[in-house]
Ligand binder design. Structure first.
Ligand code: V07
Length: 258
């Protein structure tokens, strides 16, 4: 009887998004999802649009992804919005991208507040334009007491620099007698990284068909499930996120079975 039911359920292809969400919620959902939002420029090029049009479209996908992750009960969503390498892009493109946090928050901050989302940021703040940093810090402040999804933007972030800086902090604490060599272990070292507030990602998603980490959370992704898709970030929708989480759940089940 149970098998029959399962068979019937499997062959039902017309299940709505809501059904799928509820199905996924029955199994453990990854607590921390990290996403490399790649393919915005290529999406624009395919449509003969300027690259900035792809970034703007990608921004809308950030909102939809955040809302679904929150709905699913994901605890932390880390989005790679800008790498330390991205400064090499044309000046006008960088200037445009740096206006996106303020535009995003100008439009969606009330919704984030209403949905109990907490905004955070990791990365090198010093090099960011003041208008960019001000907008983000206002959002961090206004959402600091929320206890739903943590929406963590990696902005001007690079993992090797992060690790190197952690080593320097460790050396300094060692010199000052705050940290003894014998007390340094993986957990303690982790606390010197920018991600000290977060658990390691359970699932990494990268869009746009590149099978690389590109200097993103190298230490933190040591044991994470990796999911790569050809879908370009502006085309990434609810179905795609659910698919990635479904695959994650299947892998976890197999792992648990052995
Ligand atoms: C950016 C849109 C998404 C695709 C990837 C590149 C372009 C949202 C933000 C953002 C950042 C901080 C914050 C609120 C929103 C953002 C950058 C680029 C730099 F508090 N999208 N988005 N920031 N893109």
């Amino acid at each position: 009887m149970l098998n029959k039911f399962r068979l019937w359920k499997k062959s039902t292809t017309s299940s709505t998004l809501r059904d799928k969400i509820n199905e996924i919620k029955e199994l453990p959902v990854p607590e921390h999802v990290a996403i490399i939002m790649d393919g915005n420029g290529r999406w624009a090029k395919k449509r003969a649009l300027p690259r900035i049009a792809g970034h703007h479209e990608g921004m809308k996908v950030v909102r939809k992804t955040t809302m679904l992750a929150n709905d699913l009960g994901v605890k932390t969503l880390t989005l790679y919005a800008f790498s330390t390498e991205n400064w090499k892009r044309p000046k006008n493109e960088v200037e445009y991208i740096m206006k996106l946090p303020a535009e995003f928050l100008g439009t969606f901050l009330p919704e984030l507040v209403k949905n109990n989302v907490q905004v955070k940021m990791m990365g090198y703040k010093d090099q960011l334009p003041v208008h960019t940093l001000r907008a983000i810090e206002k959002a961090i402040e206004e959402t600091k007491n929320n206890n739903g999804l943590v929406l963590n933007f990696a902005l001007n972030y690079g993992s090797r620099a992060e690790i190197l800086d952690a080593v320097k902090l460790v050396l300094n604490d060692s010199k000052n007698g705050i940290l003894k060599e014998a007390d340094l272990n993986e957990e303690v070292f982790s606390s010197y990284l920018m991600t000290s507030d977060f658990a390691d990602p359970d699932l990494l998603i990268r869009t746009s068909g590149e099978i690389r980490l590109s200097n993103f959370m190298l230490w933190q992704l040591a044991y994470s499930e990796l999911w790569f898709t050809e879908v370009l970030w502006p085309d990434f929708n609810e179905e795609h996120l659910l698919e990635a989480i479904e695959v994650f759940q299947k892998r976890q089940r197999r792992f648990g079975g052995i």
